[in-house]
Write a protein that binds this ligand. Sequence first.
Ligand code: NAD
Length: 256
Amino acid sequence: PRTYLVTGAASGIGKATVAHLRERGHTVIGADLKDADISADLATPDGRDQLVNRAYELTDGRLDAVIACAGLAHFVPRTVQVNYFGVVATVEGLRPLLAAGTDPRAVLLSSVASIHPADQAIVDAALAGDEGAAVAAAQAAVDRGEGYAIYGASKQAIARWLRRTAISDDWATAGIPLNAVAPGTTVTPMTEPMLADAETRKAIDAGIPMPLHGHARPEQVAPLLAWLTSPENTHVTGQVVFLDGGADAVLRGDNT
Ligand code: NAD
């Protein structure tokens, strides 16, 4: 049995992943705003510190895997704070615990939205590590009536951060695979309200076409997150694996 830390554990993909791992006998520490082993707001520096400090207390400083599912899709600056800065703080903050673990691995959640045209001001500020500038760029998008663009920008930024980071000394050279999964539309509390509205559902399906099996269920994402963070994964790193019913193949086509 391995010891996992899963953020976003109280809902959707995170919740399904916790169940998947516990059913297989693993120890899982869940983190979320509430209803989890660790309550922490990953949109804030204090909450990020709290996550790491509590993780040390609960594990004696050793983790075998981290699965960063916490995320937000609201049309507000907080979305980039959770989806980018919260995820970076989770993965980097818990890296020393992984370094003390056995066959350590980490995976985070990007999205098919990461390949939609993105607000580059948000992406650039995030990749520069400038949270104030990223929030300001996100607020500017809201003010232009383009708050919807914050989510895709946060997911593009985290995908690019992942590729840079995975091949660094702290990760690849240290023997720790680091990957992302990019789901297409998955039916969770994040998307259910949007999918319930026929017009919004049509717009979502136009942006994320899923010719294979349509929308996914969170239980269908969990096994891929589990495999990428299992000892069986020895050489997959720096990848954004699309679990999307073919959406990436449709949208990117021959642009490899
Ligand atoms: P969800 O809303 O069901 O679960 C997300 C969880 O993250 C919630 O429990 C929420 O409380 C937690 N969270 C949000 N803000 C937080 C914060 N500041 N601090 C701590 N926890 C916080 O959503 P989901 O659909 O399960 O999404 C999981 C991940 O998958 C997210 O990163 C999301 O962006 C990504 N994703 C989802 C879809 C989809 O269609 N559902 C598609 C692509 C990517």
